[in-house]
Design a protein around this ligand. Structure first.
Ligand SMILES: Nc1ncnc2c1ncn2[C@@H]1O[C@H](COP(=O)(O)OP(=O)(O)O)[C@@H](O)[C@H]1O
Ligand SMILES: [Mg+2]
Length: 139
């Protein structure tokens, strides 16, 4: 089942974040697909905010993962696999401990680690239509 939401301004991102969280339900791994600058990090920032995270949300380009604390001390992981060149790097980094931890994992550039993704992922596809207009497919 795919839900499509089109927004014409960043200010409408809260409704997209709500839809992603609702679609996720009990599933804990959410992957974000879309070109550089599509809005993956920006949407994840809004999702984290809705979960009560007060940490600064930026792409963890060098660290691979950022950890945030939400309401009731809930842990949220934010990954960016853009710089991963070999699956071994993901194994060495211990990706499984995160993906199967039961904590929410928000993943940018899942394309880099495609074979390692769990079966039960929620996918958010972001398409850029103009400078401020984006279409989000949530499935
Ligand atoms: N409707 C929108 N949704 C998300 N981002 C938007 C939107 N309109 C403009 N932007 C801008 O697009 C850029 C997206 O950057 P970013 O979230 O870092 O992308 P990515 O993580 O996909 O590379 C930001 O500068 C953001 O302000
Ligand atoms: Mg990003």
């Amino acid at each position: 089942m795919t839900q499509t939401i089109r927004i014409t301004s960043e200010e409408e991102l809260p409704q997209v974040a709500e839809a992603v969280l609702a679609a996720a339900g009990q599933r804990t791994v959410v992957v974000f697909r879309g070109e550089m600058g599509a809005g993956k990090t920006t949407l994840i920032r809004e999702i984290a905010a809705q979960l009560g995270c007060t940490d600064t949300v930026t792409s963890p380009t060098f660290a691979i993962v950022n950890q945030y604390k939400g309401t009731d001390d809930r842990t949220v992981y934010h990954f960016d696999f853009y710089r991963i060149e070999d699956l071994r790097e993901a194994y060495d980094f211990g990706y499984e401990e995160y993906f199967y931890s039961g904590d929410l994992c928000l993943v940018e550039w899942p394309e880099r680690i495609e074979p390692l993704l769990p079966d039960e992922v929620v996918t958010v596809r972001i398409a850029v239509e103009s400078e401020t207009t984006r279409t989000f497919d949530i499935e």
